[in-house]
Design a protein around this ligand. Structure first.
Ligand code: NAG
Ligand code: NAG
Ligand code: NAG
Ligand code: NAG
Length: 474
């Protein structure tokens, strides 16, 4: 509210030279071109995999609600729109292992499966049910880090190894491709029976890395071998709407190498996915598919809940900028953090919400996600936006609103938004929200004059303007 107050004080005291109090600075012009369109957005999200959800279930009901509100509420939280669940591959729940729906081998790839459903899914069924039925989340990405050990060359769901039956991976136990596809379909059907629709399915996580936890190696050729079995298996089970995501590579650019070996199955895939660890989404992937950046985090830095202090890897403003770059340079339709909330003893930024003395506490990383997620809703189409001196994006949401993001790395400034190419779109109302060191998505003033929208963008802040069209005259 402060800009209005200053103007009205000046209005009352016209004799005071404005220069010293309010430098008559030129407003920064932002041009939004509704006629120029880019990617369609699916949203922003995170994960409670590896039993992080189990940990959150141990909190009091009040703190559980606070956690869920912070993650998914459009009024009290970040309004995240994508949840990435881990499909378990482990025989047990030791440490943070994700237990499998078929912990023991049924005897062979052709044997009758012996699935079990514990109605918990490592705590993730609870988070999913809340997200979908209480907060209206629509996108659930079920992602397996590995097949169960007995389906793999190394007989272990951890430590790499490959799926038996893909190119170059033969096993004495036989070809497990169909059994793994059936297994993933069964996982989706367990969720369907709980009235949760899994919308996206991934069968690999960081196939370019071997780790001591669930991990499975795969080349693009091997992934293609499996997709040729998985797609028809999904279709036969009437899961034609479930999109196949692949391949959640450790580095974003590695995905280009895999895609190069997967052209024959690209039409059977839904989304090309990559993580941002060894390389980030700084340019579009070489595909016509949608692309998602499905995992990034400041996994080493010490916990910080700061918005801006020095531009460090864990600060909220840094993540607001990381998302900006992934959308504008990397052409991503979704951006996901690792992870949402956890109560495990670890003092790093590899979570957006921590638990201290059994109480949840958000970081500004969460609010950076919120500044995108609350205003760029699933289905929003990115449109042209340009300015000098600030970073800006604009989106046309499915509900007809136009949201304009402004990230200001410099001193406070006024901005004026001019729309073009919109045809019928005439601004009827405008609102603005700011996030900075002291505020979390707080509404500030936006004014409309001659069809242009103006407002103030504080130093090192992210401000979103939401423009609604004037009702059409009959
Ligand atoms: C399933 O979920 C939908 C909303 O996603 C709801 O409308 C419906 O009532 C639910 N059905 C059951 C049986 O719970
Ligand atoms: C798939 O849907 C068709 C048509 O609705 C139905 O006949 C068939 O039984 C379904 N199959 C499965 C596996 O649910
Ligand atoms: C951006 O992604 C879309 C799919 O969402 C694709 O159609 C388009 O070709 C991509 N643009 C570039 C420049 O790669
Ligand atoms: C945007 O970020 C600011 C800065 O931390 C935060 O105060 C605000 O709550 C965020 N807004 C949303 C909608 O998440």
């Amino acid at each position: 509210m402060y800009p209005k107050a200053i103007f009205s004080i000046l209005g009352l005291m016209p004799g005071i030279a404005a220069a010293s109090i309010l430098e008559p600075r030129q407003a920064t012009g932002i041009t939004v071109d509704l006629g120029k369109t880019y990617q369609t957005m699916d949203g922003f999200g995170t994960s409670e995999a590896f039993q992080r959800a189990v940990g959150m279930q141990k909190l009091s009901e009040t703190e559980q609600r606070k956690f869920l509100d912070l993650m998914f509420s459009m009024e009290k939280g970040a309004g995240l729109s994508i949840l990435r669940n881990g499909v378990g591959s482990s025989p047990d729940m030791r440490d943070d292992h994700m237990v499998s729906i078929q912990p023991k081998s049924p005897g062979g790839p052709k044997a009758t499966p012996q699935y079990t459903w514990d109605k918990s899914d490592n705590g993730q069924l609870w988070v999913s049910t809340e997200a979908v039925h209480r907060y209206g989340l629509k996108t659930i990405y079920a992602n397996a880090w590995s097949a169960p050990g007995y389906m793999k060359t190394n007989n272990n769901d951890a430590n790499g190894g490959s799926l038996c039956g893909v190119s170059g991976a033969s096993c004495s136990s036989g070809d497990w491709k169909q059994a793994y596809a059936d297994y993933l379909v069964q996982y989706i059907q367990f969720y369907a029976a709980e009235n949760i629709t899994v919308t996206h399915l991934g069968f690999l996580n960081e196939p370019d890395l071997t780790t001591s936890y669930a991990s499975m190696r795969s080349s693009g050729t091997q992934a293609a071998d499996f997709i040729k079995v998985l797609r028809p298996t999904l279709d036969k089970a009437n899961l034609t709407n479930v999109l196949i995501n692949c391949c959640d590579t450790m580095g974003y650019n590695v995905m280009n190498t895999m895609l190069g070996q997967m052209r024959s199955v690209e039409s059977q895939m839904g989304v090309a996915t990559g993580h941002a660890y060894t390389s980030g989404p700084s340019s579009p992937l070489n595909t016509k598919l949608k692309s998602w950046m499905t995992e990034a985090g400041d996994n080493e830095g010490a916990w910080t809940s700061t918005w801006y202090s020095s531009g460090g890897a864990g600060e909220g403003f840094t993540w607001a900028n990381n998302i900006y770059s992934a959308i504008t340079s990397g052409n991503v339709s979704a951006y996901l953090y690792w992870i949402g909330a956890q109560d495990r003893a670890s003092n790093t930024n590899s979570k957006m919400i921590r638990v201290v003395n059994k109480a949840v506490e958000p970081s500004k990383r969460l609010w950076a996600f919120g500044n995108w997620s609350r205003f760029v809703r699933p289905g929003a189409v990115r449109v042209g936006a340009s300015a000098s001196g600030v970073r800006t994006t604009a989106f046309r949401n499915v509900d007809g609103t136009v949201s304009v993001q402004v990230i200001n790395s410099g001193a406070a400034r006024a901005v004026t938004i001019t729309l073009s190419g919109g045809g019928e779109f005439a601004v009827g109302s405008a609102a603005a929200w700011v996030t900075d060191n002291t505020r979390d998505i707080v509404q500030i003033e936006a004014t409309i004059e001659g069809g242009k929208v103006s407002g103030n963008v504080p130093q090192r802040s992210m401000v979103t303007f939401v423009l609604k069209a004037a009702p059409k005259k009959a």
